[in-house]
Design a protein around this ligand. Structure first.
Ligand code: AP5
Length: 227
């Protein structure tokens, strides 16, 4: 099973993708995490993307498509895939279609998690992440057992610099202008599953797990096959 996971900043894409990947035995590729790692590496594309990410704008398509194409190709064909945050523009969606069709690994569904903007701003402002294992917390909704430390690996939690309110509003604006049209792009091409992300994290997990299980992912997960 291969799915694209879409939604505005703070909708819970990363939170749900990690849980779904575990439940269904799929590989989770987050474009945000991959771009942040590239940026930290100090590479030429990494240096180019810095100003866009700091301002809450989308990184140019040619940079993102090249980096994501490499990450996707590196995954074993027999494993399922959750693409979290990619594609985020119609040209990215077109490039992904071309690549997946050449690899004979078509997308099975597009999962969209959405919530109202004001709720999203509050969520992102309260987010804390583990720099070591990537687990995501919220100071109010998903607090770690020991304040400031990851429950899984014990590392000290950090806040993302692009989570400042002004930058989050830019990111929301980019979502509405550039990413929402991608849902329309997929509407005539792939099954779209829409989930209300304003419920609590466990309720959202239940909703999306049920929806994906109905598409056959449960069987594949249970049998150790993500394909
Ligand atoms: P990226 O890292 O992808 O950020 P994003 O899409 O803005 O999404 P977030 O990571 O902020 O939110 P999320 O939906 O994953 O929510 P989370 O689960 O963490 O991208 C960052 C930047 O990289 C972009 O701005 C852009 O510059 C660049 N970029 C990335 N991909 C690109 C692309 N394809 N093209 C061009 N540029 C690209 O949850 C948020 C918080 O809420 C957490 O604290 C969590 O604990 C909490 N929470 C989650 N679910 C719930 C719930 N149901 N109830 C209560 N709290 C919840």
């Amino acid at each position: 099973m291969r799915i694209v996971l879409m939604g505005p900043p703070g909708a819970g894409k990363g939170t749900q993708a990690k849980r779904l990947a575990e439940t269904f035995g799929m590989v989770h590729l987050s474009s945000g995490d991959i771009l942040r790692a590239e940026r930290s590496s100090g590479s030429e594309p990494g240096r180019k993307m810095k100003s866009y990410m700091d301002a809450g704008e989308l990184v140019p398509d040619e940079i993102v498509v090249a980096i994501m194409a490499e990450a996707i190709s590196a995954q074993p064909a027999e494993k399922g895939l959750i693409l979290d945050g990619f594609p985020r523009t119609v040209p990215q969606a077109e490039a992904l279609d071309v690549q997946l069709s050449a690899l004979a690994r078509p997308l099975d569904a597009v999962l969209v998690i959405d919530a109202p903007d004001e709720l999203l701003v509050e969520r992102v402002a309260g987010r804390w992440s583990c720099p070591q294992c990537g687990r995501v917390y919220h100071s109010r909704y998903l607090a770690p057992v020991r304040a400031g430390h990851c429950d899984t690996c014990g590392a000290e939690l950090i806040q993302r610099p692009d989570d400042a309110e002004a930058v989050v509003r830019e990111r929301l604006d980019a979502y509405h202008r550039q990413t929402a049209p991608v849902i329309e792009y997929y509407r005539s091409r792939r099954p779209i599953i829409q989930a209300d992300g304003s419920a609590g994290p466990d309720e959202v997990t239940r909703l999306v797990t049920e929806a994906l299980a109905a598409r056959g992912a449960a069987w594949q997960g249970k049998h150790g096959r993500g394909d």
